[in-house]
Design a protein around this ligand. Structure first.
Ligand code: UDP
Length: 238
């Protein structure tokens, strides 16, 4: 069993799909409230939290490219989708009484701060939740890679990836009942077995900086708090 970790600063990757909840697309307000309440609990326990939000519930460059759109152009649209999610999440966090800042990798000065690393660190030191939007600011990347990048830049103790299942499995557990769950994996295991959890660029970035990745199921109230306390089921990649 895992020894009790004590995290001081963490990054939570919230995918667009996680915000969709039971909705067919877009954002489910109940999910925003649940995720925000979870984050608030962790912040109040004294852990500094920053977030990277995805945009897949609204727009994905790759899907648009499959239908004939220019890939880079589609990716820029995808990055804008993450800003929409970031604003909704910011609002949810503020309803919990938290102080927040949205920082965008693509400048949008009237609605969010531009991403400046040292300023982001200061926000976190003051207990503000920083939401990183617009991914890396570059097409051909994903918000998972943005999460690994920002977690390294912020010197986070770990990257938490909230998913629909309680960790990394040998196969998709929703389709294959024989799939087995791993408690612990190495970065190389994930890369060489092509385990479908984050893209290779994200795993490589984490590996180079020995950033632990913790994969857990975000779909229950209190799930984020529990995994930060190393409770319940999760897979740790080290
Ligand atoms: N995207 C991008 N560069 C980045 C991050 C995201 O071009 O650094 C685009 C890409 O088109 C992607 C979309 O934004 O499909 C939404 O992000 P992602 O698919 O990672 O969101 P998630 O799956 O986490 O909801």
């Amino acid at each position: 069993t895992e020894k009790q970790e004590s995290y001081k600063r963490v990054l939570l990757k919230v995918s667009g799909e996680a915000l969709m909840g039971k909705a067919a697309s877009g954002v489910d307000p109940d999910m925003i409230d649940m995720v925000a309440a979870d984050i608030a609990e962790v912040v109040r326990s004294g852990v500094q939290v920053c977030l990277v939000v995805g945009g897949g519930n609204i727009f994905r460059g790759l899907s648009a490219a499959a239908k004939g759109m220019d890939r880079a152009q589609g990716d820029y649209a995808g990055m804008l989708a993450t800003v929409i999610n970031a604003l909704m999440l910011q609002n949810g966090l503020e309803r919990q009484g938290l102080e927040t800042r949205v920082m965008t990798a693509i400048q949008m000065a009237s609605i969010a701060e531009p991403y400046i690393r040292r300023r982001a660190v200061r926000h976190m030191e003051k207990g503000r939740v920083v939401i990183f939007a617009a991914g890396t600011g570059n097409p051909f990347f994903t918000t998972d890679t943005a999460a690994a990048l920002r977690a390294n830049e912020m010197e986070c103790d770990a990257l938490f990836k909230g998913t629909q299942v309680d960790g990394i499995y040998s196969d998709d557990p929703r389709r294959n009942p024989d799939a087995t769950r791993y408690d612990r994996l190495t970065y190389m295991d994930v890369l060489s077995q092509q385990l479908n959890v984050m893209d290779a660029a994200a795993i490589s970035l984490a590996r180079e900086n020995k950033l632990p990745i913790v994969v857990f199921n975000m779909h229950a109230p209190g799930a984020f708090g529990a995994v930060v306390r190393s409770e319940g089921l999760f897979t740790k990649v080290v």
